[in-house]
Design a protein around this ligand. Structure first.
Ligand SMILES: Cc1cc2nc3c(=O)[nH]c(=O)nc-3n(C[C@H](O)[C@H](O)[C@H](O)COP(=O)(O)OP(=O)(O)OC[C@H]3O[C@@H](n4cnc5c(N)ncnc54)[C@H](O)[C@@H]3O)c2cc1C
Length: 475
């Protein structure tokens, strides 16, 4: 059933078994799991079916620290940021879930193997292949031989727009989807253990309440933190925020594009540079990551045979030509998304300025550390050595100390309500339940304790499906 907040009388109360806030990738994947269930779901979404600039402006905020496009990196519409995403998906690696003693605050309370069945279900939703593809052996990729220091990792293009799932909800009798409606406050009961109700507002001035047995926040990593923080009361520092962790540990996948140029002489990357379905990357093996004490990363080798724009690359190509190596000579920039070290000072907080609904705006202080760059520099060194040793190509490495001053993000917001085993270390437990509450759950990459290097959405979907199973079993 589809409704609009403007048509719901002010002062009314909507009842449900589960109330879900935010219909982006996470909220939609979660809610779809209840299409055939007896439980009644309320799915409340700020956006409409098409973009709306006034609604989008609710994403405006401020940045201190590294500049960041707060509104430009999200889409406030039914379907969320999948309305503008690239659709590149991959699983996190098993090592990403481990406690690595050289990465502070690392370690998920769940193991990679626990997510595998849900990764498979998420891949099926996106009509993607399962995680068993191997770039060395699977067509159409030509084999590349390196030492065991490197591995290949397959990413897949699955630019599914979750807007396409709207009709599932329009037809459903169990799920009540309410668009153009913004959650603005969570209300705790007197003993502060459960959420009693949630206030929802529309831009036209309607205000109504949602009351449910369980509440799920799926607003994206910046807004999940914003709502928990702004629901603070005089005697309570925000929901789930007893230990001042909500909003902290904001992570991105810093992208250092164009700072590493690869010249390959023999054309072996032709046919290896991606297709409409697959996008292979090269990464350090888990063993190398452990022994060298490095963060995870991926190296994308795009645009086979692209014209060299860099003067160095032009010079190398001229030399290659003079040695008769020009046929198949290729030169391209290598894109590198890296895992950011969890940093409590990298954080989302509330500004004194409010938006048109009266909610405090977000201030983002995205901060990398010198250790992020040290890890990246060593990673690049290994890559350069391996490519040289195996005669795969030559790199120009223009990675500079200043590289991390103004990094580009990947539009991936992670870590602001991190998952942990105890409330002193995180905001949600292994079931995505907010510590200190018995009926509030959080979905999305805000729960990631560490980011890995893979794009986040496949893991977001897997976690959403896992929570749906959990709540269905424990109805
Ligand atoms: C340009 C771009 C490219 C990207 N490319 C990739 C990629 O290739 N691969 C990948 O894995 N990821 C990519 N991403 C990231 C990906 O889009 C997100 O990881 C994913 O959409 C997050 O899902 P989510 O449901 O947690 O949040 P969102 O998709 O952001 O959904 C949150 C929903 O909550 C709603 N909402 C917010 N506040 C409120 C409120 N107060 N009340 C009610 N509703 C509210 C929003 O309108 C939105 O619908 C990209 C993002 C961008 C912007």
């Amino acid at each position: 059933m589809l409704e609009f907040g403007d048509t719901i009388p002010s002062g009314s109360t909507l009842h449900a078994d589960i109330a879900v806030f935010g219909a982006g990738a996470a909220g939609i994947a979660f809610a779809r799991e209840f299409l055939d269930s007896n439980q009644k779901l309320l799915l409340v979404e700020s956006g409409d079916r098409v973009p709306d600039s006034t609604i989008q402006s609710l994403y405006d905020g401020k940045t201190i620290g590294s500049p960041y496009p707060l509104s430009g990196s999200r889409s406030r519409q039914f379907g969320g940021s999948t309305n503008c995403w690239a659709g590149l998906v991959a699983r996190l690696d098993p090592i990403d879930f481990e406690k690595r003693n050289y990465i502070p605050h690392s370690g998920w309370p769940i193991h990679y193997d626990e997510l595998v069945p849900f990764y498979e279900r998420a891949e099926s939703l996106l009509q993607a292949n399962d995680g068993s593809l191997d770039a060395f052996s699977d067509a159409p990729f030509s084999p590349i031989t390196f030492s065991e220091k490197l591995r290949t990792k397959i990413y897949q293009w699955r630019p599914k727009r979750f807007l396409d799932f709207l009709s599932d909800f329009e037809r459903s009798r169990q799920i009540r989807l309410v668009l153009r409606s913004n959650v603005v406050a969570l209300h705790l009961n007197g003993d502060k253990w459960s959420i009693d109700s949630v206030t929802v507002k529309t831009l036209d001035g309607n205000t109504f309440r949602a009351v449910a047995n369980r509440y799920v926040l799926a607003l994206g990593a910046l807004e999940n933190a914003r709502l928990l923080l702004s629901s603070a009361t005089e005697d309570w520092p925000g929901v789930g925020n007893e230990y001042d962790i909500v909003g902290r540990f904001f992570m991105e996948h810093p992208h250092l594009d164009n700072q590493l140029q690869l010249m390959s002489f023999d054309g072996r990357f032709q046919g290896y540079s991606g297709s409409s379905d697959f996008y292979p990357a090269i990464a350090l093996s888990e063993e190398t990551l452990r022994t060298e004490r490095l963060c995870n990363s991926a190296f994308f080798l795009p645009v086979s045979g692209s014209a060299p724009s860099d003067p160095w690359a032009k010079r190398v190509q001229t030399i290659a030509t003079s040695f008769g190596l020009s046929s198949g000579a290729e030169c391209f920039p290598v894109g590198i998304p890296i895992e950011q070290i969890p940093n409590p000072e990298s954080r989302v907080s509330l500004d004194s300025e409010r938006d048109i609904l009266g909610m405090p705006m977000v201030t983002l202080n995205w901060q990398l550390t010198p250790e992020d760059l040290t890890s990246l520099q060593r990673t690049v060194e290994i890559l350069v050595q391996e490519f040289g040793a195996f005669h795969v190509g030559r790199f120009q490495n223009s990675l500079k100390q200043r590289s991390l001053k103004n990094p580009l993000g990947g539009n991936h917001h992670m870590g602001t309500t991190r998952m942990a085993t105890r409330p002193q270390e995180g905001v949600v437990d292994r079931d995505c339940k907010v510590f200190g509450t018995d009926n509030l759950y959080v979905l999305g990459s805000s729960v990631f304790p560490t980011s890995g290097a893979a794009n986040p959405t496949l893991t977001i979907l897997a976690l959403a499906m896992r929570l749906a199973d959990h709540l269905r079993k424990n109805a």
